[in-house]
Design a protein around this ligand. Structure first.
Ligand SMILES: [Zn+2]
Length: 95
């Protein structure tokens, strides 16, 4: 029993460490939502940034039957400022 609770604490510390180091891999928009992140969509052409609630973005993509994988979503996001489709999606802390 004691051993189990110790192990889970260690895992928690490891998780925090990985978060701090930015080593957590977020493959899908759903992963963002599950880990409590929002999505920042930065235009690769002009640098214009848009902030998305990850849950809303995931729902929007599902509604349009689009993939949820980050690397598949990036070319789909159209920049409002310049109209280019070359986005970079990053996890950001929720507001
Ligand atoms: Zn742009």
């Amino acid at each position: 029993m004691r051993h189990n609770s110790r192990l889970s604490l260690d895992q928690k510390v490891l998780h925090l460490f990985q978060c701090a180091m930015g080593r957590i891999k977020l493959d899908t928009i759903t992963d963002f939502a599950r880990r409590g992140y929002d999505a920042k969509v930065v235009c690769g052409a002009c640098g214009n940034a848009t902030h998305w609630n990850a849950v809303e973005l995931a729902m929007e993509l599902q509604r349009r039957r689009k993939p949820l994988r980050v690397e598949a979503v990036e070319p789909l996001m159209k920049c409002k400022a310049c109209g280019k489709r070359r986005a970079i999606i990053q996890p950001v802390e929720m507001f």
